[in-house]
Design a protein around this ligand. Structure first.
Ligand SMILES: Cc1cc2nc3c(=O)[nH]c(=O)nc-3n(C[C@H](O)[C@H](O)[C@H](O)COP(=O)(O)OP(=O)(O)OC[C@H]3O[C@@H](n4cnc5c(N)ncnc54)[C@H](O)[C@@H]3O)c2cc1C
Length: 619
């Protein structure tokens, strides 16, 4: 590695990932830390990176407190209901009370918002969603971050966090490499905010072969948000709570605007409302949760999955009625233009005009993320004024590693943040990180040259593996001594798919399958020491795969620990098919020992802060 250039950058706050949460953090860090040095590092280019790269058609989290449309308590009730009781209400409330101010800034910065002509308010798509012309959503928030940071580094993938050599369990920065130049980058920092998005492609996707790469969640979200903190021993929560989405088949086009704005509905192949058919069966599994309004997302998935298994598919979205209205027809198509243009192309290729043909829906492969109708992620401190003692250790959104903060998909327990809530959470984390530095908690950090030089050897090893191993290939592409990133990825996806509740088993798993999955993941981890990368792009693929693998181990451990089926429709524990509030009305928390790589699991109480008495009784 002698010819690889090393750059060392010292900063006060380092933000990893310039997506929604990362741009929010970068912007807010400057607001509170006028004289601080703020650096943001992004794997792609922040103008078009992360889950909002293509743009969005709706901001899914806006309270409308100024018009008393909703209050933060309402949002807590909503998220709690949707996640079958399992959320961090302190985090959810904290995000909700600040999210409107974020949206108002987007408006000021030029994001085209749709307005209700009669009321002059933002045009509602649903109770929480407001509609935007959001093709340029990401460049607009990127602009705010660029004006705030001392420096934005694009095209650098962060592979490891650095730790303070002097004080145990304190952060010291991060390292990574530039995918274009191959240069090695060392970022020393007093506080680090991880905002690296969720994880797609850990479960085998429905689209393989000719459609490989077509997934609902951003294909480039590779679980760094989880792997980076897990590797240094940070605690994680609710990692079993993967999400399965009901979406238009093959293109994963969004259905929210269709249900909410176009008032379309679903039916089985015989034109029946199949959800009603599964009411009693679902009630036998989850009890009164099926009577909650709105019906939790996972339970609607459950009815879909059961109906298809019972032979009632394909399931269709009834668009033929709504599309007779020219205005709604336009909205239906524009919805894809702003966000998933590929769905329109798929329909064209399949001769589907939704005005005359009701399009098919499907359930996706599972994804791991913390900002949608799901809340996997890091176990973080909440805000001082709201959090019970078990949820508070000094600084809002700080992980269980000192000086390491998280936001957006990184943070567990706070579902339904979406784009605006993730940006808001980035702001909250940055404000706390500035305070952490001002309180002198980061004084005296030392990161030795040895620490980052050792990591350099580790990071570039896949290039070495390839250079040496390729000489042994006499024909074809299969090497006796290294595996390629794509081979490793496909192996990972099969393990997760077949043992941890993917589409192959109709989302079913059990303790025996999970144990076997863990064994296979262990061996995969060993073999990944021998992953080979032919260039810097493949080096990125190699590290994405390693991050996905650590994330997958954590997901599998959590799934094994929770001995109930809390979210039928997201996954099923065949050996514990019922929801079990007596034993599992709690959050799950894990920690992986960085030295032994062994996970330990614990149950942590779920505190119902809003409507405290009522909820406790219900549980
Ligand atoms: C298909 C889809 C539709 C959605 N629709 C809506 C909607 O209609 N309305 C709405 O409000 N929300 C919507 N969301 C949700 C919203 O996009 C997310 O909640 C939000 O983007 C999460 O923010 P984040 O910063 O955590 O992740 P992201 O915005 O994905 O940002 C993560 C960033 O980290 C970078 N990164 C990753 N790994 C590394 C690494 N190792 N080193 C450096 N950088 C790294 C990535 O490149 C990326 O830029 C949708 C999401 C998806 C996937």
């Amino acid at each position: 590695m002698a010819n690889v250039k090393t750059h060392v950058e010292e900063s006060d706050i380092l933000i990893i990932g310039g997506g929604m949460a990362g741009t929010g953090a970068t912007f807010e860090a400057r607001h509170w830390g006028r004289d601080l040095k703020i650096v943001c590092v992004e794997k792609a280019n922040i103008d078009r990176s992360g889950a909002v790269a293509q743009g969005l058609y709706a901001i899914n989290c806006y309270m409308g407190m100024q018009w008393d449309e909703n209050q933060p308590e309402d949002h807590v009730r909503y998220a709690r209901n949707d996640l079958m009781g399992m959320v961090r209400e302190d985090l959810g409330y904290d995000m909700a009370r600040h999210v409107d101010s974020t949206v108002h800034m987007f408006d000021e910065w030029g994001l085209p918002m749709m307005k209700n002509e009669k009321t002059g308010r933002y045009l509602r798509e649903g109770k929480w969603q407001i509609m935007i012309h959001g093709e340029s959503y990401k460049p607009i928030v990127a602009e705010a971050a660029k004006k705030s940071a001392n420096k934005i580094y694009n095209r650098i993938m962060i592979t490891h966090l650095l730790m303070d050599d002097e004080k145990e369990n304190r952060i010291g920065g991060a390292v990574g490499f530039n995918m274009r130049t191959g240069d090695y980058h060392v970022f020393k920092a007093k506080a680090v905010i991880v905002a690296a998005g969720g994880a797609s492609h850990i479960f085998k996707p429905r689209a393989v072969g000719e459609g490989m790469g077509r997934t609902w969640y951003a294909p480039w979200s590779n679980g760094s948000a989880y792997a980076l903190p897990i590797a240094v021993g940070a605690k994680m929560t609710q990692m079993e709570n993967r999400i399965v989405l009901c979406r238009f088949k093959d293109g994963y086009g969004p259905v929210g605007a269709y249900f909410l704005h176009l008032k379309t509905y679903t039916q089985n192949a015989n034109g029946e409302n199949y959800e009603k058919k599964w009411y009693e069966q679902t009630k036998s599994l989850v009890g009164e949760y099926i009577d909650h309004h709105p019906t939790p997302t996972c339970l609607r998935n459950h009815a879909f999955i059961q109906e298809v298994q019972a032979g009632g598919g394909p399931i269709h979205m009834v668009t033929k009625e709504a599309f007779q209205d020219p205005h709604l027809e336009t909205v239906g198509w524009e919805n894809f233009l702003g966000m998933t243009v590929g769905q329109a192309v798929v329909w064209a290729s399949q001769n589907i005009d939704p005005k005359y043909t009701n399009p098919e829906l499907t359930t996706s492969e599972p994804y791991v993320m913390g900002s949608h109708a799901t809340c996997s992620g890091a176990w973080v401190s909440g805000p001082e004024d709201l959090s019970p003692p078990e949820y508070f250790w000094g600084y809002n959104r700080m992980l269980t590693v000192d000086g390491l903060f998280g936001a957006g998909d990184t943070v567990g327990g706070s579902a339904h943040k979406f784009s605006s809530g993730s940006f808001t959470e980035g702001r909250l984390a940055a404000k706390a990180a500035v305070k952490y530095i001002e309180d002198k908690k980061a004084d005296g950090i030392k990161v030795s040259d040895k620490q980052f030089k050792d990591l350099k050897e580790v990071i570039y090893k896949p290039l070495e593996n390839y250079t040496v191993g390729r000489n042994e290939i006499t024909g074809g592409t299969v090497s006796p001594s290294y595996i390629s990133p794509i081979q490793g990825l496909q192996r990972l996806q099969r393990i997760m798919d077949e043992y941890v509740g993917g589409i192959a088993t109709n989302y079913m798993t059990n303790e025996n399958m999970l144990n076997r999955g863990l064994e296979l993941l262990k061996w995969l981890e060993e073999d990944l020491e021998n992953v080979g990368a032919e260039d810097y792009h493949q080096l990125m693929r190699a590290w994405e795969l390693k991050h996905r693998t650590i994330t997958s181990q954590c997901v599998t451990e959590h799934t094994k620990f929770r001995e109930e089926t809390r979210w039928p429709g997201y996954y099923y524990r065949g050996d514990h098919l019922k929801l079990d509030d007596d034993n599992w009305h709690c959050l799950t928390v894990s920690r992986r020992d960085p030295k032994t790589k062994k996970f330990t699991m614990e149950k942590v109480p779920v505190y119902h802060i809003v409507d405290e008495k009522k909820e406790k009784k219900a549980s």
